[in-house]
Design a protein around this ligand. Structure first.
Ligand code: FNR
Length: 194
């Protein structure tokens, strides 16, 4: 595993379960490019069941607990999602709904969270990105608001499971830099509270 002694630990979430997902490929590329002080684990959403509020008290799914624990333990989250029908994919919204509970005590609350979208289309999934950010704000996440990374024409930029377009990668890494700055600021604030 790369950077396994890093002091900043990120969790990456792909909004797509597709085997050859462009979004997952972008996450893998970011993981490869991180500076030594940062590491990223990609969390798979495929085991998260459909949300049912009854299961909050009765038969809470272990896969959801694992997901919530991963978000709780990390310093920041990187989301790369496709757009489905001008919104975020249902599997991804479903996972966020699980992680949103209990209300106001989500593991995402205060968590520096970076959102990117990718699409074969010219629009790069920007409509889904707005929706994802809004949902994360409802969960009190600290959504990194700049830069807003979209990767349009993703089909032409992903080769052998990696993002090969230098301009897109450079832009995405600048957003990772902004995420790392937010994480360091959060640490400073929490250490000054001690
Ligand atoms: C899509 N796609 C799509 N793309 C887009 O830019 N805007 C959209 O509204 C939609 N809608 C949509 C709905 C459904 C059900 C599917 C399956 C696909 C295309 C989508 O961006 C494309 O399949 C991406 O390759 C999906 O991302 P991954 O799986 O490659 O990460």
């Amino acid at each position: 595993m790369k950077n396994k002694h890093a002091s900043i630990r990120l969790v990456g979430i792909s909004g797509s379960l597709r085997r050859l997902s462009y979004c997952t490929a972008i996450l893998r590329t970011l993981r490869d490019e991180l500076p030594d002080e940062v590491m990223l684990d990609i969390f798979e959403l495929s085991r998260i069941p459909l949300y049912n509020e009854d299961r909050e008290t009765d038969d809470f799914p272990s896969s959801v607990q694992t997901f919530k624990d991963a978000v709780t333990r990390c310093d920041g989250v990187v989301i790369v999602s496709p757009e489905y029908n001008h919104g975020m994919p249902g599997v991804f919204k479903n996972a966020l709904d699980w992680a949103s509970q209990p209300i106001n005590k989500s593991p995402f609350a205060g968590k520096p969270t970076l959102v990117m979208t990718a699409s074969p289309a010219f629009t790069g999934g920007v409509r889904a990105q707005v929706q994802i950010a809004e949902t994360l704000r409802a969960m009190l996440a600290n959504v990194i608001s700049f830069p807003q990374v979209v990767v349009p024409a993703a089909h032409a930029k992903i080769v052998d499971g990696r993002l090969k377009d230098p301009a897109s990668l450079d832009f995405a890494m600048k957003a990772i830099d902004a995420l790392v700055v937010a994480i360091k600021q959060r640490r400073l604030i929490s250490s000054s509270d001690d």
